[in-house]
Ligand binder design. Structure first.
Ligand code: B12
Ligand code: SF4
Length: 443
């Protein structure tokens, strides 16, 4: 069967950092193995994405078109939405290929499956969550599918959703057939983020109040064998010259030992690669940080989120201020660049927590001042997403009501501290500027 998989627009403007569409290429790999003829289109890489989509539909004439909706919006307190371009892509396809079967999936779709199926009657099916096993099975039974993990289908006016899969065995993971979308197309596309993602595991056992990762990938950690991960990195380097990777894991340094095993394998093979990912502070030790740095870690990304103990507790981070400062000192000591992500104006914010937050940021800059290796501090308000504890809390606090449409950008940022983010941004920017120029003013 001819299948076109489309990575829908996932950025609000073409200058944003690009992300190689790993999920789509992974699905293409499983479909190719099933004997299908598959093409992939990443609309984010096209100067005129809708013209290219139209041309590809009319020349390839796929029987099935799969749309990946990765992001519903760009986060970061922005108010634009990626639903309009997604809708336009689906409608254009339905208008041009009236016989084609249209299927949607991806993280953005998985957060609002029933809503998007209703909004877009052009979609025949949808999938919530991972789909390596289920999508090929759907193509085998397109007109009358059996129950399949995560499948969304229409039953009259109703949308029926089978329970999604969160148990794909990562030891059976096929290395993505990158030839179908050569990574070289993404070479030099970004300034900061490695465009190439690589999975070392799926799942997160934590329960942070605003986070959808456990819902998307399950609470059980499912690790790929370390040798397999490093083999994929080596192959990407030899075949496509890729030397920088982002580990897409929700938390990279759990369970204890897994990332260390990957690092030992990188070192044993003498691979010259650089990589980054998101680390949990309470699991980081000095020895581990040293191995990570030696094996090519170029950035410790931390997302402690809470700027004081009250905030950490309300976000259910299961972290203490001391955990964060300890990890900061370890990271600062390695010389590796470090980036922190925090949430501002979380539930229960008071004048006292605001003052503590400012002191906490100052402390982080102080810790990194010797080696000047604080990359940046990202400050956001919480994007309220359905099914999270934060959505319930926002309802109780009157920040959202029963009629609030969470599909479009909705943040937890009630008065009187709704402007506090700007104060922290000012502090951050001034500290960054002075960190980089320190000493020079005196010359
Ligand atoms: C790693 C990651 C990043 C990395 C990517 C680095 C890289 N080089 O790959 C970085 C940090 C750069 C990043 C940036 C952003 N990200 Co991000 N990211 C993730 C993360 C943790 C994993 C994504 C991933 O690669 N997974 C592995 C692949 C294999 O899985 P997958 O894509 O989900 O695909 C599977 C299924 O979804 C499904 N599927 C996918 N497509 C399709 C299509 C069809 C037809 C079907 C049937 C199935 C299907 O099958 C696939 C295989 O099982 C997710 C959260 C999560 N746990 O999923 C957030 C996530 C996807 N990101 C998100 C967002 C918003 C962003 C940013 C906009 C944030 C920002 N302001 O910078 C940018 C956008 C970047 C861009 N250009 O698109 C949101 C999206 C939801 C939303 N709120 O809109 C998520 C869910 C996180 C969150 N905060 O909730 N991200
Ligand atoms: S914020 Fe991080 S640790 Fe917490 S649930 Fe999400 S992925 Fe897990």
């Amino acid at each position: 069967m001819r299948v076109l998989l489309v990575q829908a627009l996932s950025m609000e403007n073409p200058s944003a950092e690009k992300v190689y569409p790993l999920g789509v290429v992974l699905l293409a790999t499983y479909l190719l193995r099933g004997g299908h003829e598959v093409q992939v289109l990443d609309m984010n890489m096209e100067a005129d994405p809708f013209a290219v989509l139209k041309e590809r539909l009319l020349t390839f004439r796929p029987r099935v078109v799969g749309f990946s909706l990765r992001n519903i919006d760009p986060l970061g307190n922005k108010t634009s939405s990626l639903i309009p371009p997604f809708t336009a892509a689906v409608r254009l396809t339905a208008a041009l290929l009236t016989e084609a079967c249209l299927i949607a999936g991806g993280t953005g779709f998985s957060l609002f499956p029933a809503r998007l199926m209703r909004e877009l009657p052009e979609l025949h099916y949808g999938f919530v969550g991972e789909a390596e096993r289920a999508l090929p099975l759907l193509l085998d039974h397109l007109s009358n599918p059996p129950p399949l993990s995560g499948l969304c289908r229409r039953d009259g006016p109703e949308i029926k959703i089978d329970p999604p899969a969160t148990d794909f065995n990562m030891a059976c993971y096929l290395p993505p057939s990158r030839d179908i979308l050569p990574p070289s197309l993404y070479a030099g596309a970004n300034q900061y983020v490695p465009a190439l993602g690589i999975e070392s595991k799926r799942g997160c056992p934590f329960t942070c109040a605003y986070c959808v990762y456990p819902a998307l990938q399950g609470r059980t950690l499912r690790c790929r064998p370390p040798a397999m991960v490093v083999e994929e990195m080596a192959a990407l380097q030899t075949q496509y010259g890729v030397a920088r990777f982002h580990f897409t894991d929700p938390v990279l340094n759990i369970p204890a030992g897994h990332l260390e095993a990957i690092c030992h394998e990188i070192l044993r093979r003498g691979l010259q690669v650089r990589w980054d990912g998101f680390f949990r502070e309470d699991f980081l030790t000095e020895e581990q940080a040293a191995i990570y740095a030696e094996a090519g870690c170029e950035c410790f990304s931390f997302s402690p989120d809470g700027l004081c103990q009250e905030a950490l507790d309300v976000l259910d981070k299961k972290l203490s201020e001391a955990d964060i400062l300890r990890a900061a000192r370890i990271a600062a000591g390695t010389g590796v660049l470090t980036v922190y992500h925090f949430m501002v104006n979380v539930p229960g914010e008071t004048k006292k927590t605001c003052a503590k937050a400012e002191r906490f940021l100052e402390l982080l800059f102080e810790i990194h001042s010797a080696k000047r290796n604080l990359g940046t501090i990202v400050l956001n308000n919480i994007r309220i997403l359905p099914g999270t504890v934060m959505a319930e809390r926002a309802g109780r606090d009157g920040v959202i009501g029963p009629g609030t449409d969470l599909l479009y950008p909705t943040y937890y940022n009630p008065p009187p501290f709704d402007r506090f983010r700007y104060r922290l941004e000012t502090l951050r920017q001034c500290r960054e500027v002075f960190m980089w120029t320190e000493g020079e003013a005196a010359k």
